[in-house]
Design a protein around this ligand. Structure first.
Ligand code: ATP
Ligand code: MG
Length: 416
């Protein structure tokens, strides 16, 4: 079943509000086994709504409209849909009784202006809205069912599940999509895609890539007969090809979830010594519930004086190599590990920008440089140099992900 979505609202096309109804409905439809033809957005203008609805009905098996069903003059979706259906608006006694009842439930009386909400295109039916006042509409345009729902997200969602999904199931058998997610870090999107090239047809699943802040989420979709089996096979093949880049966390888990889970399984602790990331690594670790089992605390050591005073980084090391050097990154990690008494310590130092970082002792440090050091018991300290961003926030975020990924990979190599 192919469904077209039409979103209505001046606030949406003027950039005053972000859509959530379209994304929510698209996801719900896709997961239920329907296909979304597209999402169009129009303002509170009857002619534009009529054009969009007529166009959507020509392209899809059903149309979902959200917004503009309220009682005020700027709510003109019923006029637009009536125009698309070529039917005049008439007051529906049942719809009016439902509007009145919704006011009575709140201990109030429906004002005359609310009568607009009882208007339906002749021949159309109205959809009960138990959590709000505006009934939805079901209208036939060019032989296709059009469902108009209120814009308030809670009401839209409730009416969608109550009226739209069951009606779509009546049009055709929907085959739910099987979705599998594999999160990765440490590889750019293009490299992840190169590793997984040809996976789609071979694995019997469609592959999507969603990069966010240094991590790439790979989503595998399978539909139709044996969908679960094909999705499982595609996931296994994707994990095999991605190797260490893939983390084994439940769907939706981020790198911090993976790292905290791995530390907990191994009864290990980690501390942090952060310069360029300014505490973001600690913030990410502590965003995981129960992180205190593995994270006693850490340091934000931004100045040279703090690196010396809090972590014992030798003054001559700072003078000779500068704060953004492998030597200092290593000394930060080792100093933090010794002071916290944890099995592991992560250190970050770098130049977040904007611009390169001047340093009296030598050449400027290029903007976006991040050094990550990992001190881990019974292993030599490792230091990695990376370049990220700009802008500043991206350098910091990608640097923090790189630090956590360095620990994740070291724990993988170390074994369970
Ligand atoms: P009501 O009867 O409550 O007035 P309505 O059908 O008239 O509902 P709108 O007036 O278009 O709906 O919008 C009501 C509220 O829902 C507004 O706060 C609006 O910003 C929000 N809203 C509308 N469309 C969307 C959307 N696509 N995504 C998220 N919120 C939306
Ligand atoms: Mg409104």
């Amino acid at each position: 079943v192919l469904v077209a979505i039409v979103l209505v609202g001046d606030e949406l096309i003027e950039g005053r509000a972000a859509d959530s109804n379209g994304t929510w409905a698209a996801r719900r439809l896709t997961e239920a086994g329907a296909e979304v033809q597209g999402i169009a957005t129009v303002g509170d203008d009857p002619a534009a709504i009529a054009r969009a609805v007529a166009g959507a009905a020509a392209l899809a098996d059903a149309v979902l409209v959200s917004g503009g069903l309220g009682p005020t003059d700027d709510d003109v979706t019923r006029e637009g849909i009536a125009e698309a259906a070529g039917a005049p608006l008439v007051e529906d006694a049942g719809a009016w009784a439902a509007v009145e009842a919704s006011f009575r439930r709140r201990g109030r009386v429906a004002a005359p202006v609310q009568r607009r909400q009882a208007l339906v295109p002749r021949g159309a039916s109205w959809l009960e809205n138990p959590t709000g006042t505006a009934p939805g509409l079901r209208v036939v345009v060019a032989g296709r069912p059009v469902f108009a729902l209120p814009g308030v997200p809670t009401e839209m969602r409730d009416l969608f599940d109550r009226h739209v999904l069951p009606a779509l199931r009546g049009l055709a058998r929907l085959e739910p999509v099987e979705v599998r997610r594999v999160r990765t870090a440490g590889l750019p999107e293009a490299e992840v895609a190169a590793l997984l090239g040809n996976l789609g047809p071979a694995g019997g699943a469609r592959v999507g890539y969603y990069p966010h802040g240094g991590e790439v989420e790979v989503v595998l979709f399978a539909r139709g007969a044996d969908a679960a089996l094909r999705a499982d096979r595609a996931e296994a093949e994707a994990r095999r090809r991605l190797g260490d880049a893939a983390f084994a966390v439940p769907p939706g888990g981020a790198i911090e979830d993976a790292v905290v889970a791995m530390l907990r399984d191994r009864h290990l602790g980690v501390t942090t010594a952060e310069s360029v990331t300014g505490g973001l690594v600690a913030r990410m670790i502590t965003s995981v519930a129960g992180a205190s089992d593995v994270f006693p605390g850490g340091w934000v050591v931004y100045s040279d004086a703090a690196k010396r005073g809090s972590l014992g980084v030798p003054a001559d090391l700072l003078a000779r190599h500068g704060a953004v050097s492998p030597e200092v990154a290593r000394a930060m990690a080792e100093g933090a590990r010794a002071r916290a008494g944890t099995a592991a310590a992560l250190a970050t130092t770098g130049a977040a920008g904007p611009g390169d970082l001047a340093w009296a002792g030598g050449a400027p440090i290029p903007e976006g440089t991040v050094l990550v050091a990992l001190a881990l018991e019974s292993r030599p300290t490792e230091v990695h140099a990376e370049r990220f961003g700009p802008p500043r926030g991206t350098v910091q975020r990608r640097g923090a992900v790189a630090a956590l990924d360095c620990l994740r990979r070291a724990l993988l190599r170390r074994g369970p």
